[in-house]
Write a protein that binds this ligand. Structure first.
Ligand SMILES: [Zn+2]
Length: 82
């Protein structure tokens, strides 16, 4: 089984449902399974974490849509699933 790919940059992504704790709204968020993340353990050492980074922050094409002050997002953004 392979993961879907970002339409912007072609990288592998994983879709998850994220529930906003305030509004209870559920949104689909693309995560980047390839981006390494780190955390500190109890001894204060930095170790690899199993956390995932939002692909919005790693996508090379992210500036196509992140310019929020300019205009509303398009109806059919690139991160929509096929
Ligand atoms: Zn991308």
């Amino acid at each position: 089984m392979s993961n879907p790919r970002c339409k912007g940059c072609g990288r592998e992504i994983i879709w998850v449902e994220h529930k906003n704790p305030v509004t209870q709204e559920i949104k689909k968020v693309p995560l980047d399974p390839r981006a390494p993340t780190y955390r500190r353990n109890e001894a204060g050492q930095w170790i690899r974490s199993d956390a995932y980074v939002s692909h919005f922050s790693t996508c090379s094409q992210a500036n196509q849509f992140s310019n929020s002050s300019k205009s509303a997002p398009p109806d059919d953004p690139w991160w929509n699933r096929d």
